[in-house]
Design a protein around this ligand. Structure first.
Ligand SMILES: C[S@@+](CC[C@H](N)C(=O)[O-])C[C@H]1O[C@@H](n2cnc3c(N)ncnc32)[C@H](O)[C@@H]1O
Length: 448
């Protein structure tokens, strides 16, 4: 039994996210450990936290019909408590509505004064009586879609321009569906996926082959990080579309590789595995604490060819010689708009201006590492966002200003069969709605 109940923990987490722009996944993990929650409560907590963040604007719209004087006058914790209660009432079938109201009122009594608890009680009971308010009154068509699909209006507008109505709807819908856990098999240990699935079964974890990447399995039951197999470095947790990136780079044993934006090391370690742990990989990231994460993963996976370094890759030219690498990966910092289902806070924290800002860094990193690639070498640029400005536009501008680079037409062959249809002109944009994976952009270029 935990000291705090699940809704109180959810309220604390959501409040911290709102106040400090903290990341939901990190806070959830910390709280689960600290409160020693049982498995059933972990499931409910995760659902309430992610779901309430996912539906924030929609829930606020509904609440605004019932809170006299508007939501702005509410203390942040009261607003969040109302939001998470409404979320459970509308989207979770298994929690009885009376229990939701009762819990909310109990929490207000503990935290607030009597006035607040009767306001919370009244608001939730009126909602139960009168039901979900209609969106008909919302005049702006983009705002209406944004409320219907629970995404910010600016983002819906942008996606409608880039992907059209049907695809935008699908992206928004899939963004609200929690991802399945997928893992990559460490090729240095074995390439026999069935054997790994069987060995996991012996440790009480059920898995099956992944849907997209040749390297992947899907965990259908159990907790992978608790297994000996995981601790011994046979697998890494990674999204399936993310696994495509190292395959697109196609490094060979003995090569010298630069991974310019490497932490926490998901792709660096995959590259090392594909090189059968032979050769050299230089893995850069900005800060020492991030670089340590790469070392930790490399140690767990028994990979010895990764040399990490805390450095700004825009200054990589000061460290490495020109034309000294066989291949280079720029898995660039980006807005992360392809991983909203995993980190729902992204959609409320990012602003449209962030896209512009981050492209400056993306260009700068590409420009800095380009001279370091050998002639005939391959440069892969990837992001986990789906915005054309951070993806196609960055690559096109890079090619316009670097006449010695061309699109690499062989990328298509290195994509999983299912993703080959999405290949276009040296690039592939995978949307979260395509295969229920993270959204990813990958482009491959060669130096003449
Ligand atoms: C998309 S993440 C990389 C994920 C990593 N490749 C993986 O697969 O685990 C982008 C990384 O770029 C790093 N970064 C941002 N600006 C950078 C810069 N100027 N130089 C080096 N790394 C940078 C960030 O710290 C972040 O860890």
């Amino acid at each position: 039994m935990s000291k705090k109940n699940v809704r109180e923990v959810a309220l604390d987490i959501l409040l911290q996210i709102e106040k400090n722009q903290a990341y939901s996944n990190l806070l959830l993990n910390q709280s689960i450990k600290r409160e020693k929650l049982i498995e059933k409560d972990v499931g409910l907590l995760t659902e309430i936290v992610y779901g309430t963040i996912q539906r924030k604007n929609t829930l606020d719209y509904y609440l605004s019909s019932y809170v006299k004087g508007g939501l702005k006058k509410l203390d942040p914790w009261v607003l969040i408590l109302l939001r998470l209660s409404l979320y459970q009432m509308i989207y979770l079938d298994r929690v009885p509505e009376r229990a939701i109201v009762h819990e909310a009122v109990e929490i207000t009594k503990k935290k607030g004064h009597k006035g607040i608890s009767s306001m919370v009680n009244g608001t939730l009971r009126t909602f139960l009586r009168e039901g979900i308010p209609s969106l008909e009154k919302v005049e702006d068509p983009h705002e209406k879609l944004a409320l219907q699909w629970s995404h910010p209006t600016w983002l819906v507008k942008r996606w409608l321009d880039q992907f059209g109505s049907e695809q935008t709807k699908q992206i928004c819908e899939i963004n609200a569906v929690p991802p399945v856990v997928t893992a990559r098999i460490n090729q240095v240990q074995t390439d026999d996926i069935e054997k790994v699935i069987e060995m996991l079964g012996n440790e009480g974890v059920e898995a099956e082959r992944g849907d997209l990447s040749v390297d992947s399995i899907k965990i259908t039951r159990g907790t992978l990080p608790n297994t000996k197999l995981f601790k011994d470095g046979w697998l890494s947790i990674q999204d399936e579309s993310s696994m495509i990136v190292a395959r697109a780079l196609a490094p060979k044993a003995g090569m010298k590789v630069l991974d310019s934006c490497a932490a926490p090391g998901g792709k660096t370690t995959h590259i090392a595995e594909l090189m059968n742990n032979q050769g050299e990989i230089y893995a850069l990231d900005l800060h020492e604490h991030k670089v340590k994460l790469i070392d930790e993963q490399a140690n767990r996976l028994n990979l010895s060819i990764i040399k990490t370094r805390a450095t700004d890759s825009r200054k990589a030219g000061e460290i490495f010689e020109e034309e000294s690498f066989d291949c280079i990966l720029v898995d660039a910092p980006c807005t992360g708009l392809g991983v909203i289902r995993r980190k729902p806070d992204i959609k409320w924290q990012k602003q449209e201006a962030d896209i512009d800002r981050i492209t400056t860094i993306q260009h700068a990193i590409l420009n800095a590492v380009a001279p370091l690639l050998k002639k005939g070498g391959r440069l892969v640029y990837s992001t986990c966002t789906i915005d054309s400005m951070e993806n196609e536009q960055v690559v096109k501008e890079f090619l316009e200003t670097h006449q010695d680079f061309r699109f690499d037409g062989t990328l298509r062959e290195r994509l999983p069969e299912k993703a080959q249809a999405l290949y276009k002109d040296g690039m592939v944009q995978i949307l979260p709605s395509d295969f229920q994976t993270d959204g990813f952009f990958i482009s491959s270029m060669v130096k003449l």
